[in-house]
Structure formats: C-alpha cells, structure tokens
Design a protein around this ligand. Sequence first.
Ligand code: TPP
Ligand code: MG
Length: 313
Amino acid sequence: MARSFLEYKTDAWVQWCPGCGDFGILNAIHRALAELDIDPRNLVVVGGIGCSGRTTFYVKGSNLHALHGRAIPLATGVKLANPRLKVVIAGGDGDLLGIGAGHFVAVGRRNVDITVIVFDNAVYGLTKGQAAPTLPSGVKTKALPGPNIQDAVNPLLLALASGYTFIARGYAYHTAQLKEMIKAAISHRGTALVDVLQPCPTYNNVMTNQWYEERVYYLEEEEWDPVVKTPEEYRRKVPLIAAKMLEWGDRIPLGVFLKDETKEPFEERLERQMPGYMDNPPSSRPISVDGYPLADPWKVFEEKVVKKVEASY
Ligand SMILES: Cc1ncc(C[n+]2csc(CCOP(=O)(O)OP(=O)(O)O)c2C)c(N)n1
Ligand SMILES: [Mg+2]
C-alpha cells in the first residue's frame, strides 16, 4: 500500500511565521516523498542555516543540518559514501547562492545524483531581512535603508552554466505543481535544481503572494519540452532554454526548463575509475574489527615521523 504523506511528518513544532512560503514547500516535499514511496531510512535531507534549513527537523529521515553555506558539500559526501541513499538539500537563497555559491557550481559540474531545493524568498529571513542574492536591483524591502544596489543572480542560469541536468522553478503556494517538480527532480539521475519562489510575509513586503500570482505562468501552457537526449539537441535547445530563464518581470515562467539525459551522474564516473565502487561503497566497508579500528594512526606516525627523525640522528 502506498505511504501517506503523514508518515513523513515529524513531531517537531513547525517554527515559521504565519503565511511563510516554507509551509507550502514542506507540504510539497512530504507529498512527493510519499508518492515516490521513499523509505525514510534511505532518505537524507541536508539543511543549510536559515529559516528554510529547519526543514530537516520536519521531514522524517536521517537528516543533517550543515554549517551556513555548506549543505551541498556535506550532501555530496553522504551521497558518495552511500550512493543508495536519496539525498535532498533544503536551503535558502542566501545559503546556497551567497556564501555557498562555489559549492552550488561545483556540484553541477560533477552531476552528483542529488536534489537541491532553493527556498527563494529574496531575503535573509532568519537574520531579519537583509537582501539575498536573488533580490532584484532597485527593490527596497522593509529592512533595507534604500533600494537594493546589487544585481540579482539568476539561479536557473547559474545552474545551466554549471552543468545541472535538471532545472525547474516552482511557486511555494502552488503545492500540487511543486510536488510534481520535486518528484521529477528526485527521480532524475543527476544534479537537480528546484528553485522555489516563496513570499516571506515578514520581510519581503514587495514580492508578496499577490505580486507572484499576478505574474507566474507555466511553461506547459506553451507546450514546452524540457527533455534533451543528444549533445546535438543540447546545442540546439540551450539558447532557447537560456532565453526562457531570463524572462522575469510582468511574466515569470514556472515549470521544468531542462531535463538533460546526455550526461552520466558522478557515481557512474567514479565506478569507471574505481570498479566495484557501486557494489561496495565506502559506507559498506568495515572500519573496525572486534572493536579495534582498522586504521592505526600510531603506525602512520611511526612510519612518517619517528623513523625519519631517528634516521636523521
Ligand atoms: C558563517 C556564517 N555566516 C553568517 C551566518 C548568519 N546567518 C544565519 S542564516 C543567514 C542567512 C539566511 O538566509 P537564507 O539562506 O536566504 O535563508 P532563509 O532564512 O531566508 O530561509 C545568515 C547570514 C551564519 N550562521 N554563519
Ligand atoms: Mg532567503
């Protein structure tokens, strides 16, 4: 029998402001996991630091809360240690595109089989509303002394340039559509981005629910086909995809922009270099025998230091 989304909820009190878009994203994650029938024991949600990172407390799994900006490298380590796990990152736009921007790029180049969900409210919610990297220039939200004088980074274009093989954008309050995007992202083999636009009713008084509802539309309405099967098709379609990603203003497109099936995930690249890696990944190898660790740091110290010092006498 299929699992209920209630099985993925924890007992923790959900500590977000009333009306926060995070509730919609959390709901979509619970429902996506249930419909994919993912065993919570095989799920790892890695959170960044921010209001959004609290998602790790609210989804059943073997979850981790990383240092600010470090959710992606931690998640990469988990996935490569045990490639059988489903690894999902829940982080803010500040966490993943500000302090963690280098990691955001690196994971795409590797095409590690993980899903990155950006909770994109254009502000640093947890630290009281400073401008996040996705806040458009010229916009003055209520915690800013004047209009934003920096340009926004476009998460979708950055993901495209970094090699992500699945790129989607959802809206937090459209949970049914968002759930489908998250399901497709988790099922995709390779690095997947779901950038989720979300109102922050406490600090972003410009990009409100009404503001988004007046602008968003779905790519499906234009019969968009995100699937790319050959390198030739990739070259032909990418300029169109990039142009669509640039669209922002009176109309904001939502949906799956790209599903690139031409690149192998990092785990397969490793398998080629280290035959047997997938069947016997680091997590399945013994680290101790009868309570004694297999690695003996004293031996290494003796070999590398003591013997060298003795030889120099
Ligand atoms: C190394 C480090 N620098 C700064 C902070 C302070 N800090 C905590 S959360 C945060 C930004 C949160 O914004 P975002 O990632 O967009 O998440 P949100 O709260 O909006 O969901 C910052 C700067 C920190 N915890 N650690
Ligand atoms: Mg934020």
